[in-house]
Design a protein around this ligand. Sequence first.
Ligand code: SF4
Ligand code: SF4
Length: 128
Amino acid sequence: MIGVVRKLKGVIYEKKADGFNEEGVSLPILCRIFLWKGVIRRFFLSSFRKKYIDKNSLKRQGECLRCGACCKLVVNKCPYLKTETHEKCSCVKHESNRLPNCKVFPIDVSDIKDRDLILKKPCGYFFD
Ligand code: SF4
Ligand code: SF4
C-alpha cells in the first residue's frame, strides 16, 4: 500500500505546482483513502490517547506557516479554509470550534508525512 501511495505521490508532484494556497488538491482516490486513515488515526489519538498527544506536543518544534496543506487532507479543501495572501491561509473556525483533529495537528511524524502528500514545501512544524 505504501509503495502505491509513493508512486501516486510522484504523480501528484509532477502534476501540481509547488505553490502555497492552491484552491484545492484533487488527489487520486487511493491516495485520499490513505489520507483518511490518518484522519481516523488522529481522531482516535485525540479522543482516547491524550497522554500520547501531550508527550508528542513536547517534542514538536517550529510554528505553523499557515500554508493550509493540513486543511486539505479530508477533502480537496476544507470549506472553512480562507486564502488571505499568496502564502497565508486562515481558518474561519480557528477561534471558535475547530475540530480536535485540527487542534492537535501534527501529532507526530506520520502526520507530517501525510501532509507532505499535499504540498512539497515543508510544514512549519517538525519532530526531532
Ligand atoms: S501544514 Fe503545517 S504549516 Fe501548514 S497550515 Fe498545517 S500545521 Fe501549519
Ligand atoms: S476547520 Fe479550520 S483548521 Fe480545520 S481543516 Fe478546516 S480550515 Fe483547517
